[in-house]
Design a protein around this ligand. Structure first.
Ligand code: HGY
Ligand code: MN
Ligand code: MN
Ligand code: MN
Length: 429
């Protein structure tokens, strides 16, 4: 059982069921397009649908009432004694980029369900309803839009228009893909996805750090104070292409070399800010026609750049744009596209939630540190419509977005306990 005395401090919770939680993590990882230990689970694909069904089953077993919105954000609610008050929500994502790991996002969904089960086993009675949210497509993989579900929930009108036109690289429209996964999507109900103000009193997310600090410093819990500002850019260059043997070098306008030069320019502009907090990555370069003996006539470059300082990040974007123009001019290739796909502000965690988490880690006798999140999360957007807080747990060497990603069940259980107690505290506020 647990005891709440006036300051709502809690003495003890029943243990996290580590074995069943680990089994769930392992079982969920089998819904993948690539072989273990990698996980690939892309929005609205068959494995995504199977994984969603698996989570909905666990929500049902936890006694939550389940509903889904038009794009497949899934909500599992435990009604509190004051159900009309703003609820306390927690959640994350289960989609996984190609050849990634089985903990990114998953810990914040399965861990949230176990936190609910721990509170139920403790006989806890929520005042504010508690809700677990599975956000649709936090990763940008299929349609190039990061945090698609939470971005919509947070009220992005622009996204409603973008989604109407969105197609994936097989030319499947977003609407058709959603329908193939069983979501009856339409113009009208897309706008209904947006949350009404005050829907949530607080939003929390449990997540692996995706960085090495907690493990290096031997600290059990990270309390996130802010989430860095992410941006992504798509660039296309076009040249004349031609025969790799017959076209002599002075006649060439090689779109592939323009892409290569731009990638190095991204690195240069990022390093020039002089701050370790500025990062830039060129994770996709596609050359057309992609034959060894054909000069690339088209190149497609996708750039990810982030910084905890929004202005510094925006200055890097401007320099990348200048370099794209300069490279195209010097190499005589056409800059056929320079599109900023997203350029999001950072988000700050709510101080009262940070304080609640600090109280809880002290009660649980867990070491903790305040830190920023360099990865983005659905919390980045939920912070626009609700006070937000994030709990980090260590992960092996900080590895993430690769199959070696790993978090120990002991660390995960610590995170679940901190989440459970913080949910309980906020539910009684
Ligand atoms: O890229 C990110 O920051 C997140 O892990 N999707
Ligand atoms: Mn990720
Ligand atoms: Mn994630
Ligand atoms: Mn404080």
């Amino acid at each position: 059982g647990y005891v709440f005395h006036p300051s709502h401090s809690i003495f003890s919770l029943p243990p996290v069921d580590k074995e069943s939680l680990q089994n769930q993590i392992d079982e969920l990882s089998t819904f993948s397009d690539t072989p273990a230990p990698s996980v690939t689970r892309i929005l609205y694909t068959e494995n995504d649908v199977l994984a969603r069904r698996y989570i909905k089953g666990l929500m049902g077993q936890a006694g939550l009432s389940v509903h889904e919105d038009a794009v497949g954000n899934i909500f599992g609610r435990w009604n509190g004694s004051d159900p009309e008050l703003g609820a306390v929500a927690t959640g994350s994502h289960i989609d996984a980029i190609p050849y990634s790991g089985k903990y990114d996002g998953v810990v914040g969904v399965l861990g949230a369900l176990e936190a609910i089960n721990v509170l139920k086993r403790a006989g806890f009675q929520p005042k504010r309803s508690l809700e677990v949210i599975l956000f649709t497509s936090e990763e940008p993989t299929r349609f190039g839009i990061s945090c698609l579900g939470s971005r919509l929930l947070a009220g992005s009108e622009a996204l409603v228009h973008v989604l109407k036109e969105s197609v994936d690289d097989q030319n499947t429209s977003f609407f058709d893909a959603a329908r193939s996964a069983g979501y009856a999507i339409s113009q009208e109900n897309l706008s209904n996805v947006m949350l009404k103000k005050g829907s949530y009193f607080a939003f929390l997310e449990l997540h692996i750090e995706q960085g090495p600090l907690l493990e290096e410093e031997g600290v059990s819990i990270g309390i996130v104070t802010a989430i860095a500002a992410p941006a992504s850019i798509k660039v296309e260059f076009e040249g004349n292409g031609g025969h790799a043997g017959a076209v002599l070098m002075p006649e060439r306008n090689d779109a592939g070399l323009a892409a290569a030069e731009l990638a190095l320019a991204v690195e240069k502009h990022v390093l020039e800010t002089g701050s370790v907090d500025t990062v830039g990555t060129v994770g996709i370069i596609v050359l057309h026609p992609g034959a060894i003996n054909s000069i690339p006539s088209k190149s497609h470059v996708e750039i990810d750049t982030r910084d905890i300082d929004e202005k510094r990040r925006d200055a890097v974007i401007e320099k990348i744009h200048q370099s794209s123009i300069e490279v195209s001019r010097r190499r005589g290739v056409k800059l056929s596209e320079f599109r900023i796909v997203n350029q999001d502000p950072p988000a700050k965690s709510e101080h009262s939630i940070i304080n609640a988490m600090e109280d809880v880690v002290q009660q649980l006798n867990l070491s903790h540190k305040l830190m920023i999140s360099r990865a983005y999360h659905d919390s980045l957007f939920m912070a626009r419509v609700s006070p937000m807080g994030m709990i980090f747990i260590p992960c092996y060497k900080g590895y993430s977005h690769k199959p070696e990603e790993y978090a120990s069940i002991v660390d995960i259980a610590n995170g679940v306990n901190v989440l459970a107690l913080t949910l309980a505290k906020l539910s009684l506020d």
